[in-house]
Design a protein around this ligand. Structure first.
Ligand SMILES: Cc1ncc(COP(=O)(O)O)c(C=O)c1O
Length: 383
């Protein structure tokens, strides 16, 4: 085990505590803690403007956001989704009594492969639930074409995709709804939190009712809603975080570029992306380890861990391999060869604004040592 300071895959980005105290004082003075208070209203408006999207409904987290988004569009039956994601993606379907149908992913983006969607559509299919994995946009045009042809809803799990743009517009504007996560580990965090991006005021209003138990007014309940409201504490932090997020993404961009430069040329390693005409948020740094590398992905993961660098095998195991999913016909390994290969090859390296250049060099040096291709120390530290 290493005595050096541990480096984790991520570290939450927080403003100085002193900057948050005036917000807390306002909450203490007003006694408005939740239920759509002033900070909640301000953050919804500010996020709409920042992200360039028409309507934002803040949520307590993305998982409840996904459950609520599916409810709001009255999705039932079967939904086509990816096995290569965090388990909340598919759990949101089970919480709605919907059957997930897993479709394989594209080897270049690791997102749902549109070429494989049509074969999975049945008379029970009502929607597609793709994920912008690692914040890399799905092939939204191809997915929408299929959805239009078969009259399916599209809900994007955009948990990783805060601020991502493609072809000059927000990726969050695609489909019927998009769901963001503001969890502590995300590019933009409100401790816990999330949001549903809605195309129009009517869909936002339905979500606003659903996230407040279905209440429309004091005495009227129109749906079996849930408690999905974001508190004033989370919303106030969000306003403060919004002032910092561009700087945070800029630092992530530097780290991403540094990894790419230092890892270039090592046999058996491939950095995912970058995608053409895309403004990335650099939420993750996924590295694919193939048979040409000296170690397996798992051996590299252990090697880094032993030396205090805690990468993560996102997304291993696949969702389709968890006990509540593996009995589904679509969960069969033969149906998902690309997802299985990715789950065996990817390790996400540490990336967060407070990560130093030395931390990046230390991580890369460990990877190089594993590859037995260590360049001279002077070359490495001259970058
Ligand atoms: C792809 C994806 N979907 C959904 C979620 C759930 O987000 P939350 O923790 O805000 O509920 C996550 C969380 O990490 C995620 O990575």
């Amino acid at each position: 085990m290493s005595a050096a300071k541990p480096i984790y895959v991520t570290q939450p980005d927080l403003p100085p505590l002193q900057e948050f105290l005036p917000y807390l004082e306002q909450i203490w003075d007003s006694k408005v803690l939740t239920n759509g208070g002033p900070f909640h209203r301000r953050l919804e408006a500010a996020l709409g403007e920042h992200l360039g999207v028409p309507h934002v409904a803040l949520m307590t987290n993305a998982t409840i956001g996904l459950v609520t988004a599916l409810q709001s569009l009255r999705v039932t039956g079967e939904v086509i989704t990816t096995p290569y994601s965090f388990v909340a993606t598919a759990h949101s379907l089970l919480w709605n009594g919907i059957k997930p149908v897993f479709v394989d992913i594209d080897p270049l983006t690791l997102n749902l492969d549109p070429a494989r969607i049509e074969a999975a559509i049945t008379p029970h299919t009502t929607a597609i639930l793709p994920v912008h994995c690692y914040g890399n946009p799905c092939d939204t045009a191809a997915i929408q074409k299929i959805a239009d042809h078969y009259n399916l809803k599209v809900i994007y799990d955009a948990a990783h995709a805060f601020g991502v743009e493609q072809h000059g517009r927000s990726v969050l504007g695609h489909g019927d709804l998009s769901v963001l996560s503001f969890h502590a580990t995300k590019v933009f965090n409100t401790f816990e939190g999330g949001a549903i991006v809605c195309p129009d005021a009517r869909s936002k209003q339905r979500i606003d009712h659903l996230k407040n138990f279905g209440f429309v007014d004091e005495v009227t309940v129109v749906a079996p809603g849930i408690n999905g409201k974001m508190s004033e504490f989370n919303a106030a932090l969000g306003l403060l975080q919004l002032q910092r997020v561009e700087q945070a993404v800029a630092r992530r961009r530097e780290i991403d570029a540094m990894y790419r430069r230092l890892l270039a040329g090592i046999d058996g390693l491939r950095c995912l992306g970058p995608l053409a005409d895309t403004v990335s948020n650099h939420a993750y740094f996924p590295l694919l380890v193939d048979a040409a590398f000296a170690l397996t992905r798992d051996a590299l993961y252990e090697h880094l861990r032993c030396h205090g660098v805690h990468g993560r095998r996102y997304f291993y195991p696949l969702i389709s391999d968890f006990p509540m999913y593996r009995g589904l016909p679509s969960a069969a390994a033969a149906n998902l060869p690309v997802a299985h290969a990715a789950a065996a090859q990817v390790i996400c390296l540490p990336i967060y604004p407070a990560l130093t250049d030395d931390d990046v060099r230390r991580t890369v040096a460990l990877v190089e040592a594993a590859a037995c291709r260590r360049t001279t120390a002077s070359a490495l530290f001259a970058t």
